[in-house]
Design a protein around this ligand. Structure first.
Ligand SMILES: Nc1ncnc2c1ncn2[C@@H]1O[C@H](COP(=O)(O)OP(=O)(O)OP(=O)(O)O)[C@@H](O)[C@H]1O
Ligand SMILES: N[C@@H](CCO)C(=O)O
Length: 323
């Protein structure tokens, strides 16, 4: 992670006391992640994560924080934001919107086996179903409109072949989004960034999903595609991994079977997920923000994934027992 906004110890201490979370003993900047400022905070009552939001506004944030609370109260293992005496989940630190959540146990599994993919598929489906009665609506702020407005900012940095790929895929995704089959896709609150580094395992047990700060109301299929593009590929070649993909899909479908329109549009959504993260990585790479400890992700990875998804559409369902 970056630390964009350094937080003084006493500033963090006062907030944690005000939230009734105990006396601060240790405050440590977190290196993982690139979007927000994060600190591990340990008090005499437990372990917490203090996040200062560097781009999201005080108007956008209640959706994410209230969604986490909604899911946690329905047994989905996600961090629960701490409320102050007035029930507010959103606070202010160093002039930035901020939140404090419980620190989940476990570690990320960056080289997952099929059983890890199955656990994620199962919990993702349960999370989608648990979110159906969530009362707030906010779009996926990194969805198609954002891809259309950000592509022109990164195109000047691309060579001819890359620019052609980006333009062609964007045109294809706009075409898909205008189709009646896409309109029929079931949707609700999604995580939209459920990469391996945003899931924790405590031994073999899935102990949590976190980093809901790209969540939004979008198609459940897009969320599943984002997961498959990170959990079920060869991370060097960007190529589809049938074994891990089938494990994730079978476990997801055991909780929520995909509808016909979803099965038909899965290849298109796999391309959409690759495009979304290629654009955001290009944006962070060529238009970086000032920060300490910032480690932007390599855009070339999702260019490879997109090329693979576009040239070798994996009809994954034929490899899944529940196809
Ligand atoms: N609730 C939590 N429990 C345990 N660890 C956490 C929690 N929240 C954040 N972390 C740790 O902090 C790191 C950065 O968090 P996070 O991924 O939310 O930051 P970010 O800047 O929003 O990241 P990203 O670039 O993935 O959007 C994580 O990789 C993880 O190590
Ligand atoms: N998970 C994203 C970073 C946070 O959005 C990526 O790997 O590009």
């Amino acid at each position: 992670m970056a630390v964009f906004t350094p937080v003084p110890f006493d500033t963090a201490r006062n907030l944690l006391l005000r939230l009734g979370l105990g006396e601060l003993q240790n405050l440590e900047g977190i290196e993982g992640g690139i979007e927000n400022t994060n600190y591990f905070a340990t008090t005499d009552q437990g372990a917490w994560v203090l996040t200062l939001f560097e781009r999201l506004t005080a108007e956008q944030l209640p959706f994410y924080l209230r969604l986490m609370k909604h899911l946690a109260q329905r047994g989905i293992p996600v961090p629960e934001p701490a409320a102050d005496a007035r029930g507010q989940l959103l606070h202010s630190v160093c002039g930035k919107p901020a939140a404090v959540v419980n620190r989940l146990a476990g570690k990320s599994v960056l080289v997952p086996e099929p059983q890890h993919c199955a656990a994620v598929g199962d919990m993702l489906a349960r999370m989608h179903l648990a979110g159906r009665d969530f009362e707030l609506r906010q779009p996926n702020l990194r969805g198609l409109p954002w891809w259309n407005e950000t592509a022109p900012l990164v195109l000047p940095h691309l060579d001819e072949a890359q620019a052609a790929l980006l333009r062609e895929e964007l045109a294809y995704q706009n075409h898909i989004a205008a189709s009646s089959r896409y309109a029929a896709l079931p949707r609700g609150p999604i995580h939209a960034d459920l990469f391996r580094d945003n899931v924790l395992f405590d031994g073999d047990r899935l102990s949590g999903f976190f980093d809901f700060y790209f969540a939004g109301v979008d198609t459940w299929l897009f969320d599943l595609a984002v997961c498959l593009n990170d959990w079920a590929i060869d991370w060097h070649a960007g190529r589809h991994d049938p074994l891990r993909a089938a494990a994730m899909l079978d476990a997801y479908q055991a909780v929520r079977p995909l509808e016909a329109a979803e099965r038909q549009l899965l290849p298109a959504m796999l391309r959409a997920g690759a495009l979304r993260f290629w654009i955001s990585r290009l944006w962070d790479w060529y238009l970086p923000r000032e920060a300490r400890m910032l480690k932007p992700h390599d855009p070339a990875h999702f260019e490879r994934v997109l090329r693979e998804r576009a040239t070798h559409p994996a009809f994954i369902l034929s490899e899944s027992a529940t196809a």
